[in-house]
Ligand binder design. Sequence first.
Ligand code: SF4
Length: 340
Amino acid sequence: MFTPKRIIFEKGTLEYETGNEILTLFKGRDNIEIINLSNNNIKQHIPGEDLPSQYKEGKRTLVVGIKKNSKFQTCKPSAHYQLPLVSGCMGQCQYCYLNTMLGDKPFVKVYVNTEDILKQAGKYIEERLPDITIFEGAATSDPVPVEPYTHALQKAITFFGANPNARFRFVTKYTDIDSLLDLEHEGHTEIRFSINTLSVIKQYEYSTASLNKRIEASIKAVQAGYPMGYIIAPVFIYPNWKEEYHELLMDIKKKLPGDLKYPVTFEIISHRYTSIAKNRILEIFPESELPMNDEERKFKYGQFGYGKYVYPKESLANIKGFFMNEIDTLFDNKEVKYVI
Ligand code: SF4
């Protein structure tokens, strides 16, 4: 669970049940500052003299707000719309795609009016009938570590469970999913766990749940009847990478129950970066050892029009061959969605 260092309540949020619950849970604790905002200037309450300290302070700040703009962003190709339940994440993964998206002080923001957000989702579902509409709950966040006090996923899963034309999916590196296990999800929500080798987690994924805990949570999700999958990302090529990714897959194989209701899905994404991301990462983590030597990569224009540095063709083929072969050999009831 995300325990922030400061909580900033936007105007009006304490008139909502969720706002009050968050206040009740955290007020009176010595090391948590509570700020009631009278204007809209969130950032003036987050300290930090330079980018690394602003980043760290931002990551330890929870903002409680009201979602006003009812329009959802699209979310191609994995879903039709982003479901804006939470933005930001307590994690401090060096390679995180959010590093270039959330500004200098990347706070976590939750909303007290989940019902309004779901009502809007309902309108989008209606518009697309009789087709199914898919919503992604983790496009700009990891919603799981704040779930114990927002209950936003709980409400969303129940809402989508009751609608045959809706599907919901989210991905996490955290484990606070116990309150989701007994919900009437009807198989409409897919929970994916982002995992990696122990070396990668240790080196780059600060403030996230341990690998064991993530796998343990993934098994609980399967046992609760959810469609479940793993995102293995970013995949790095480093000494022993094949042995370590093999161990990771073996670990999952040993722990997954044999009688899966849905195939376990795999999404495998090799490491890539943009120049903007690289500069940002090196400003926030000057000691970073992320492999970002442009000469060792291939520059490629992506589907969204900007260029990325990806592994060269032979390395990508190596990654693809390795994972396809391993997953095929180790798992019976599985679906590899992509290896890129
Ligand atoms: Fe980013 Fe995910 Fe790490 Fe959070 S857990 S910092 S969203 S990569």
